[in-house]
Design a protein around this ligand. Structure first.
Ligand code: KG4
Ligand code: ZN
Length: 346
């Protein structure tokens, strides 16, 4: 049994959690969304400062909620890549300090490996191999999960991430930040077939389309043109129908690629992770498609789809149980390919 305290500060949530293998003992998520809302997106310097102000309280609350003493914690972990450098530094430095202070092993964790591990929090018996569909604000990838620390990216977006597309479309519809939850809500009462929008296929040099890669920037531009046309015609914007059509297009595109990939590689389970895994349209499309293809799809609990530290602690616990620890000289990286995860450990 491995108990890990982990810190996640890669973007706009200050999160601390304590996990025993795959069981969450405490999870604190202090969201900075209200701080960034006035700017329409995350401002890196503001994020770092807010993490600094919140981190000590969040650690104290996580210890309190778990009702544990430090001698029951086996290791301290923090997200070290990828993410906003200043924001990552706050969490990493706090984790290293705790590790030195309490004489515990320290582990740096790759943020996307954390999102993959979020599924284990609701499915503790899940074992690789499986296909991970990772859809967040910064990433959209299809990942072949072979074992802890061993990942192969099979498909990805060529431009905008899925969450980024939700955020950009919400901004042009003047719906505020973050865009995913509000579009999801509006789409419930809209007609998903009201407007035909492009799915963002990527052409191959020899003809045809890429089976797993996609693009979302054309879809975002198509929504912009649609809005401009409707405004020019003097029509009031059917926001719900636009939201529903956009959401259904994203869900259809992601589902098609994930199913093709799972079938081609003989993987019977698709585990979805990242903020967009909370999307109700994507959940419905995937559920229907997996049933038709004799596959299964797993989603993390809603609160562990978006950024949290429980998923980071869960990944760290698995690495620790394999004897992996990180050097206290480990730094942060704004970008790090998932295939490089093992370079974080010695
Ligand atoms: O995983 P996450 O918290 O942070 C990153 O690692 O990027 O994902 C945040 C993204 C945002 O773009 C947000 O708009 C999107 O997830 N999101 C959603 C929903 N909830 C959050 N997108 C679609 N539908 C949702 N219900
Ligand atoms: Zn994330």
């Amino acid at each position: 049994m491995t108990t890990v305290l982990a810190i996640e500060t890669s973007c706009d949530e200050t999160a601390v959690a304590i996990v025993n293998n795959r069981q969450v003992l405490s999870s604190i998520i202090a969201s900075q969304i209200p701080v960034h809302q006035q700017y329409g997106g995350v401002v890196p310097e503001v994020a770092s400062r807010a993490h600094l102000e919140t981190i000590n309280d969040a650690i104290a609350q996580a210890m309190d909620q778990a009702q544990l003493d430090w001698d029951k914690i086996d290791a301290i972990a923090a997200t070290c890549a990828p993410g906003l450098v200043g924001a990552l530094l706050v969490g990493l430095t706090a984790a290293k300090t705790l590790a030195i202070l309490h004489n515990k092993p320290f582990l740096g964790v790759h943020h996307l490996e954390g999102h993959i591990y979020a599924t284990y929090l609701s499915e503790p018996t899940l074992d690789p191999p499986f296909l991970s569909l990772l859809v967040s604000g910064g990433h959209t990838s299809l990942i072949y999960v072979k074992e802890c620390g061993n990942y192969e990216t099979l498909g990805e977006t060529r431009d905008d991430a899925a969450g980024e597309a939700f955020d950009k479309v919400a901004r042009l519809l003047k719906l505020g930040y973050p865009g995913g939850p509000v579009i999801d809500k509006l789409a419930q009462t809209g007609d998903p077939q009201a407007f035909a929008l492009p799915e963002g296929k990527v052409s191959l040099a020899g003809g045809g389309y890429h089976r797993y890669d996609g693009s979302f920037s054309g879809l975002k531009t198509a929504v912009l043109r649609l809005v401009q046309q409707l405004e020019k015609d003097g029509d009031s914007l059917p926001i719900e129908d636009i939201a529903a059509s956009f959401q259904a297009t994203v869900a259809k595109a992601l589902t098609k690629r994930a199913i093709a990939c799972a079938l081609d590689y003989g993987l019977d389970t698709i585990a979805v992770g990242g903020g967009v895994a909370a999307n109700s349209g994507l959940r419905q499309h995937l559920q229907t498609a997996v049933s038709a293809n004799n596959l299964r799809v797993l989603f993390p609990p809603l609160k562990f789809c978006t950024d949290n530290a429980a998923m980071i602690a869960c990944a760290a616990a698995d690495h620790l149980s394999r004897g992996h620890t990180s050097s206290l000289t480990l730094g942060v990286e704004s970008r790090l390919n998932l295939s490089q995860v093992m370079k974080l450990y010695s």
